[in-house]
Design a protein around this ligand. Structure first.
Ligand SMILES: C[S@@+](CC[C@H](N)C(=O)[O-])C[C@H]1O[C@@H](n2cnc3c(N)ncnc32)[C@H](O)[C@@H]1O
Ligand SMILES: [Zn+2]
Length: 289
């Protein structure tokens, strides 16, 4: 962790600014991040542990065999996983110098595709709840590049300040975040106004569900029956799009973050009447000429 990362980090319990109690070593800062609310978060081997609540349960996946499993899935679906990851990264619509967050990054399989867009002048922040996943992500990064910041965190309580990122990518846990509405609201909160959120997970395209293809895939797990959680998107979501990719077995939602939710102009007169929508809602007397 670099000291400059402190500017985007916030206490996942209360949202306040964190201060560092510790020093700076070869792996960046060491010590603890401390909040005025009395929560404190250890930094181990340069990675802050910002998981909140501390006992958050999660589905443990074997980090060492994770990418082999995805490669096997690509063969089963007759797809190219690299193409899929590149398409998802493309949807972020970011340029060199952008600051991007990856939520639940696993072993860092999306990093090369994200780094290709943001360049060395950009910043990639990425977190997962599983230390084993980050261990592999870090091994793959090696010493370089130095513009990737890893942390341990829970996708339902993001330890980042509002509007910190130009864009955000999440693939693979949306069906399993206990509170998907909150997870999506958190994603929108930390992205800048007009920035993109791209989020997806397993879920067979509806038109394939009752085909042999769909029926066989469902046998690989109930998760393939997942539906895109459109009703759980935040009211600030705009330009919402959805597509199915990777064998039409995964949905991917992308949207822009707007400043506020939709609002009606209730002060216009109703067609052919002399009262406004507001008048009707407030049951005011009719407007007289
Ligand atoms: C299917 S993998 C996806 C990894 C990666 N995003 C990818 O595209 O391959 C799901 C990841 O979500 C992580 N995870 C599960 N629950 C989580 C949570 N509540 N907060 C953050 N990460 C979580 C798991 O540890 C795992 O690394
Ligand atoms: Zn706090």
């Amino acid at each position: 962790m670099r000291r400059s990362t402190l500017s985007v980090l916030r206490c996942p319990a209360c949202g306040q600014t964190l201060s560092l109690e510790g020093g700076e070593g070869a792996a960046g800062v060491t010590g603890r991040l401390v909040c005025p609310c009395h929560e404190s978060f250890a930094i181990q081997d340069g990675i802050p542990d910002l998981v909140y609540p501390r006992s958050q349960p999660y589905v443990h996946e074997d980090a060492d065999s994770y990418e082999d499993l995805i490669d096997w899935m690509a063969r089963l679906l007759d797809e190219d996983v690299g193409d899929t990851r590149a398409r998802a990264a493309e949807l972020l619509e970011v340029s060199p110098g952008a600051r991007v967050l990856e939520v639940a990054c696993g072993p860092g399989s999306n990093f090369p595709y994200l780094l290709e867009h943001i360049g060395m002048e950009g910043e990639l922040h990425a977190f997962d709840i599983a230390p084993d996943m980050l261990r592999i992500a870090r091994q793959k990064l090696g010493e370089e590049p130095r513009n990737v910041e890893l942390s341990l965190a829970n996708g339902v309580h993001l330890p980042f300040a509002d509007e910190s990122f130009d864009a955000l990518l999440h693939i693979g846990t949306l069906n399993r975040f206990g509170d998907v509405r909150r997870a999506l609201a958190e994603m929108a909160r930390v992205v800048k106004i007009r920035g993109k959120v791209v989020a997806g997970d397993e879920g067979i395209a509806p038109w394939l569900l009752s085909t042999d293809y769909g029926r066989i895939l469902e046998k690989f797990g109930a998760l393939f029956k997942g539906h895109p959680p459109l009703a759980a998107l935040p009211p600030t979501a705009r330009d919402v799009r959805i597509q199915w990719l990777f064998g039409d077995a995964y949905y991917l939602i992308d949207f822009r973050v707007d400043r506020r939710g939709r609002q009606l102009n209730i002060d216009i007169p109703l067609p052919g009447r002399r009262e406004t929508v507001r008048d009707v809602l407030e049951k005011k007397p009719r407007i007289t000429e």
